[in-house]
Ligand binder design. Structure first.
Ligand code: 5RP
Length: 222
Protein backbone atom coordinates (compact mmCIF):
# COMPACT_ATOMS: atom_id res chain seq x y z
CA UNK A 1 0.00 0.00 0.00
CA UNK A 2 1.12 3.56 -0.65
CA UNK A 3 1.34 6.10 2.16
CA UNK A 4 -1.96 7.64 1.03
CA UNK A 5 -3.63 4.22 1.11
CA UNK A 6 -2.28 3.63 4.61
CA UNK A 7 -3.67 7.01 5.72
CA UNK A 8 -7.09 6.12 4.34
CA UNK A 9 -6.97 2.71 6.02
CA UNK A 10 -6.23 4.23 9.42
CA UNK A 11 -8.89 6.92 8.94
CA UNK A 12 -11.46 4.19 8.34
CA UNK A 13 -10.13 2.20 11.30
CA UNK A 14 -10.48 5.24 13.55
CA UNK A 15 -14.14 5.59 12.63
CA UNK A 16 -14.71 1.88 13.35
CA UNK A 17 -12.88 2.35 16.67
CA UNK A 18 -15.06 5.23 17.84
CA UNK A 19 -18.44 4.12 16.44
CA UNK A 20 -19.37 2.12 19.59
CA UNK A 21 -18.53 5.18 21.73
CA UNK A 22 -20.75 7.62 19.85
CA UNK A 23 -23.97 8.75 21.52
CA UNK A 24 -26.53 11.40 20.59
CA UNK A 25 -24.82 14.00 22.81
CA UNK A 26 -21.19 13.10 21.99
CA UNK A 27 -18.84 15.87 20.89
CA UNK A 28 -15.91 14.61 18.80
CA UNK A 29 -12.66 16.56 18.67
CA UNK A 30 -11.21 16.61 15.16
CA UNK A 31 -7.60 17.35 14.28
CA UNK A 32 -5.84 18.71 11.23
CA UNK A 33 -3.74 17.49 8.34
CA UNK A 34 -4.11 15.01 5.51
CA UNK A 35 -4.86 11.98 7.71
CA UNK A 36 -7.38 13.97 9.74
CA UNK A 37 -8.99 15.14 6.48
CA UNK A 38 -9.57 11.53 5.45
CA UNK A 39 -10.97 10.86 8.92
CA UNK A 40 -13.38 13.80 8.52
CA UNK A 41 -14.65 12.37 5.24
CA UNK A 42 -15.28 8.97 6.87
CA UNK A 43 -16.75 10.41 10.09
CA UNK A 44 -19.24 12.53 8.15
CA UNK A 45 -20.92 9.34 6.89
CA UNK A 46 -22.09 8.79 10.50
CA UNK A 47 -23.01 12.37 11.41
CA UNK A 48 -26.48 11.34 12.58
CA UNK A 49 -24.95 9.26 15.40
CA UNK A 50 -23.42 12.14 17.42
CA UNK A 51 -24.05 15.77 18.34
CA UNK A 52 -21.16 17.58 16.66
CA UNK A 53 -17.49 18.40 16.65
CA UNK A 54 -14.84 20.83 17.81
CA UNK A 55 -12.14 21.41 15.21
CA UNK A 56 -8.47 22.17 15.82
CA UNK A 57 -8.11 24.39 12.75
CA UNK A 58 -10.15 26.63 10.49
CA UNK A 59 -9.40 24.26 7.59
CA UNK A 60 -10.83 21.25 9.42
CA UNK A 61 -13.86 23.28 10.57
CA UNK A 62 -14.55 24.26 6.97
CA UNK A 63 -14.24 20.66 5.75
CA UNK A 64 -16.58 19.42 8.48
CA UNK A 65 -19.16 22.11 7.68
CA UNK A 66 -19.03 21.22 3.97
CA UNK A 67 -20.06 17.71 4.99
CA UNK A 68 -22.95 19.13 7.05
CA UNK A 69 -21.32 18.23 10.35
CA UNK A 70 -21.96 20.67 13.23
CA UNK A 71 -18.83 22.49 14.46
CA UNK A 72 -18.95 24.04 17.92
CA UNK A 73 -16.80 26.77 19.40
CA UNK A 74 -14.78 25.12 22.17
CA UNK A 75 -16.04 27.69 24.68
CA UNK A 76 -19.60 26.50 24.22
CA UNK A 77 -18.77 22.86 24.92
CA UNK A 78 -18.44 21.19 28.33
CA UNK A 79 -16.75 17.97 27.40
CA UNK A 80 -15.07 16.38 24.40
CA UNK A 81 -15.31 12.60 24.65
CA UNK A 82 -12.78 11.68 21.97
CA UNK A 83 -10.14 13.59 20.02
CA UNK A 84 -8.77 12.13 16.79
CA UNK A 85 -5.73 13.62 15.12
CA UNK A 86 -2.64 12.73 13.14
CA UNK A 87 1.00 13.27 14.06
CA UNK A 88 4.33 13.97 12.43
CA UNK A 89 6.18 11.52 14.70
CA UNK A 90 5.37 9.20 17.61
CA UNK A 91 7.65 7.21 19.88
CA UNK A 92 6.66 3.97 21.61
CA UNK A 93 5.35 5.94 24.62
CA UNK A 94 2.95 7.84 22.31
CA UNK A 95 4.83 11.09 22.88
CA UNK A 96 4.25 13.00 19.66
CA UNK A 97 5.63 15.72 17.47
CA UNK A 98 2.78 17.65 15.88
CA UNK A 99 2.40 20.94 14.06
CA UNK A 100 3.56 20.14 10.55
CA UNK A 101 0.37 21.87 9.47
CA UNK A 102 0.92 24.77 11.91
CA UNK A 103 -2.19 23.88 13.95
CA UNK A 104 -0.30 22.74 17.06
CA UNK A 105 -1.68 25.23 19.59
CA UNK A 106 -5.34 24.56 18.90
CA UNK A 107 -4.52 20.85 18.68
CA UNK A 108 -2.95 20.97 22.12
CA UNK A 109 -5.91 22.88 23.55
CA UNK A 110 -8.42 20.38 22.17
CA UNK A 111 -6.25 17.53 23.44
CA UNK A 112 -6.29 19.04 26.93
CA UNK A 113 -10.10 19.19 26.87
CA UNK A 114 -10.60 15.62 25.67
CA UNK A 115 -11.18 12.48 27.69
CA UNK A 116 -9.41 10.27 25.14
CA UNK A 117 -6.87 11.21 22.47
CA UNK A 118 -6.61 8.76 19.60
CA UNK A 119 -3.71 9.41 17.28
CA UNK A 120 -3.92 8.08 13.73
CA UNK A 121 -0.86 7.64 11.56
CA UNK A 122 0.84 5.54 8.94
CA UNK A 123 3.83 3.43 9.91
CA UNK A 124 6.40 6.00 8.73
CA UNK A 125 5.52 8.17 11.74
CA UNK A 126 6.68 5.67 14.40
CA UNK A 127 10.28 6.40 15.45
CA UNK A 128 12.68 5.32 18.19
CA UNK A 129 13.70 8.87 19.13
CA UNK A 130 11.70 12.00 18.30
CA UNK A 131 13.43 14.79 16.41
CA UNK A 132 14.15 13.79 12.82
CA UNK A 133 11.01 15.78 12.01
CA UNK A 134 11.78 19.43 12.82
CA UNK A 135 9.93 20.47 15.98
CA UNK A 136 7.37 23.24 15.27
CA UNK A 137 7.13 26.10 17.76
CA UNK A 138 4.34 28.72 17.58
CA UNK A 139 5.71 32.12 18.59
CA UNK A 140 4.36 35.61 19.08
CA UNK A 141 5.67 37.45 15.96
CA UNK A 142 7.64 40.17 17.82
CA UNK A 143 9.47 37.49 19.87
CA UNK A 144 10.54 35.35 16.92
CA UNK A 145 14.25 36.23 16.87
CA UNK A 146 14.58 36.16 20.66
CA UNK A 147 12.93 32.75 20.86
CA UNK A 148 15.17 31.49 18.05
CA UNK A 149 18.31 32.54 19.99
CA UNK A 150 17.01 30.74 23.10
CA UNK A 151 16.31 27.59 21.05
CA UNK A 152 19.91 27.59 19.81
CA UNK A 153 21.00 27.51 23.48
CA UNK A 154 18.88 24.34 23.86
CA UNK A 155 20.85 22.74 21.01
CA UNK A 156 18.45 23.21 18.13
CA UNK A 157 18.66 24.91 14.74
CA UNK A 158 15.47 26.99 14.35
CA UNK A 159 14.23 28.01 10.92
CA UNK A 160 11.46 30.56 10.38
CA UNK A 161 8.59 29.01 8.37
CA UNK A 162 8.27 31.99 6.04
CA UNK A 163 4.87 32.97 4.72
CA UNK A 164 2.96 30.96 7.32
CA UNK A 165 0.62 32.69 9.78
CA UNK A 166 -1.23 30.43 12.20
CA UNK A 167 -4.98 30.53 12.83
CA UNK A 168 -4.03 32.53 15.94
CA UNK A 169 -2.06 35.15 13.97
CA UNK A 170 1.37 33.90 15.05
CA UNK A 171 4.55 32.59 13.40
CA UNK A 172 6.19 29.16 13.34
CA UNK A 173 9.82 28.23 13.98
CA UNK A 174 10.83 24.70 12.92
CA UNK A 175 13.67 23.39 15.06
CA UNK A 176 16.08 21.02 13.31
CA UNK A 177 18.71 18.66 14.69
CA UNK A 178 17.13 17.85 18.04
CA UNK A 179 17.50 14.31 19.38
CA UNK A 180 14.64 14.40 21.85
CA UNK A 181 15.51 11.81 24.49
CA UNK A 182 13.39 13.45 27.20
CA UNK A 183 10.29 14.85 25.49
CA UNK A 184 8.50 15.79 28.72
CA UNK A 185 11.44 17.91 29.94
CA UNK A 186 12.03 19.55 26.55
CA UNK A 187 8.33 20.38 26.14
CA UNK A 188 8.37 22.20 29.49
CA UNK A 189 11.70 23.95 28.81
CA UNK A 190 10.59 25.34 25.45
CA UNK A 191 7.21 26.44 26.77
CA UNK A 192 9.05 28.39 29.48
CA UNK A 193 10.71 30.68 26.89
CA UNK A 194 8.94 34.02 26.88
CA UNK A 195 7.21 34.57 23.54
CA UNK A 196 6.52 30.88 22.90
CA UNK A 197 2.81 30.16 22.55
CA UNK A 198 3.36 26.43 22.58
CA UNK A 199 5.56 23.78 21.02
CA UNK A 200 4.72 20.70 19.00
CA UNK A 201 5.75 18.15 21.63
CA UNK A 202 2.73 16.31 22.99
CA UNK A 203 4.48 14.51 25.83
CA UNK A 204 3.10 15.88 29.10
CA UNK A 205 -0.22 14.79 27.64
CA UNK A 206 0.60 12.06 25.12
CA UNK A 207 -1.88 10.18 23.00
CA UNK A 208 -3.89 7.50 24.79
CA UNK A 209 -4.07 5.24 21.75
CA UNK A 210 -2.06 5.15 18.52
CA UNK A 211 -3.78 3.50 15.58
CA UNK A 212 -0.94 2.76 13.18
CA UNK A 213 -1.47 1.67 9.59
CA UNK A 214 1.16 -0.86 8.52
CA UNK A 215 1.55 -3.16 5.53
CA UNK A 216 0.34 -5.96 7.85
CA UNK A 217 -2.81 -4.14 8.91
CA UNK A 218 -3.82 -1.69 11.62
CA UNK A 219 -1.87 -1.94 14.88
CA UNK A 220 -3.24 -0.55 18.13
CA UNK A 221 -0.58 0.83 20.51
CA UNK A 222 -1.46 2.00 24.03
C1 5RP B 1 -0.99 19.56 11.93
C2 5RP B 1 -0.55 18.28 12.52
C3 5RP B 1 -0.82 17.03 11.75
O1 5RP B 1 -1.50 16.14 12.58
C4 5RP B 1 0.49 16.43 11.34
O2 5RP B 1 1.21 17.41 10.62
C5 5RP B 1 0.29 15.17 10.50
O3 5RP B 1 -0.19 15.54 9.23
P1 5RP B 1 -0.48 14.46 8.10
O4 5RP B 1 -1.63 13.63 8.57
O5 5RP B 1 -0.81 15.33 6.90
O6 5RP B 1 0.76 13.65 7.89
O7 5RP B 1 0.01 18.21 13.58
O8 5RP B 1 -0.57 20.65 12.69
Amino acid sequence: MTQDELKLAVAKAAVEYILPKLEKDTIVGVGSGSTANLFIDELAKHKQLFDGTVASSEASAERLRKHGVTVYDLNSVNKIAIYIDGADESNEFLHLIKGGGAALTREKIVTACSDEFICIADQSKLVDVLGDFPLPIEVIPMARSYVARELVKLGGDPVYREGVVTDNGNHILDVYNLKIVNPVALEAAINAIVGVVTNGLFAARPADVLLLATQDGIKTLT
